[in-house]
Design a protein around this ligand. Structure first.
Ligand code: 5GP
Length: 191
């Protein structure tokens, strides 16, 4: 087991679906041997975020240099002017070390990685409904109504890609969603 290469698990979900919480809980399950793929981004760090842990925070120029030098397996402009990319170095290092790599990336990025690594597991986390998603974003209290409506509209668009993923999990109840995702990953890793 120890010296085989790791496997890739892609997780995508619209904003407000609880994806980060689910991933955090999965990372705590040590038998799954998961390592988080730390992406690069040119967006500024949020409060509490650490460079090299949550993201590699780069200037736009540094990000562009990495594109030129072929440093990414994929990158996307997820929000206007905000770039996010999966680093080749992260993917290769983690897989060679025999760990399984979990990618928290947007829908387009997820589909691109699935094309590059068809053997990867692509999991889509869905909100119970668009209305529940809207209420959760309101409840989070971090965005104004205009931003919330933009995120809801983006979510509706993203949901149309769910069928391109190998698995989907509805996050109605957090514990159930975590268990369901864990079962999917366990079965995938056994193959
Ligand atoms: P946030 O700014 O909230 O951390 O992330 C915004 C979005 O960017 C999330 O949907 C997240 O999954 C996505 N994202 C993070 N890293 C990457 C990446 O390396 N590639 C792509 N395509 N999307 C990413």
């Amino acid at each position: 087991m120890g010296n085989s290469t790791g496997k890739i698990i892609i997780i995508s979900a619209p904003s407000g679906t609880g994806k980060s919480t689910i991933i955090k809980r999965l990372m705590e399950v040590s038998e799954l041997n998961l390592r988080f793929s730390v992406s690069a981004t040119n967006r500024p760090p949020r409060k509490g975020e650490i460079d090299g842990v949550n993201y590699y925070f780069l200037s736009t120029e540094e990000f562009e240099n990495k594109i030129q030098n072929n440093g990414f397996i994929e990158y996307e402009e997820v929000y206007t002017g905000r770039y996010y990319g999966t680093l080749k170095s992260e993917v290769e290092k983690t897989l060679n070390e025999g760990h399984n790599l979990i990618l928290d990336i947007d829908v387009k990025g997820g589909i691109n990685v699935k094309k590059l690594y068809p053997e990867a597991a692509a999991i889509f986390i869905l909100p119970p409904s668009i209305e529940v998603l809207r209420q959760r974003l309101i409840g989070r209290g971090t965005d104004d109504m205009e931003t919330i409506e933009q995120r809801v509209a983006k979510a509706e668009y993203e949901l149309s890609f769910a069928s391109k993923y190998d698995y989907s999990v509805v996050n109605e109840d957090l514990d159930k969603a975590v268990n369901e995702t864990e079962t999917i990953i366990r079965n995938f890793l056994k193959r």
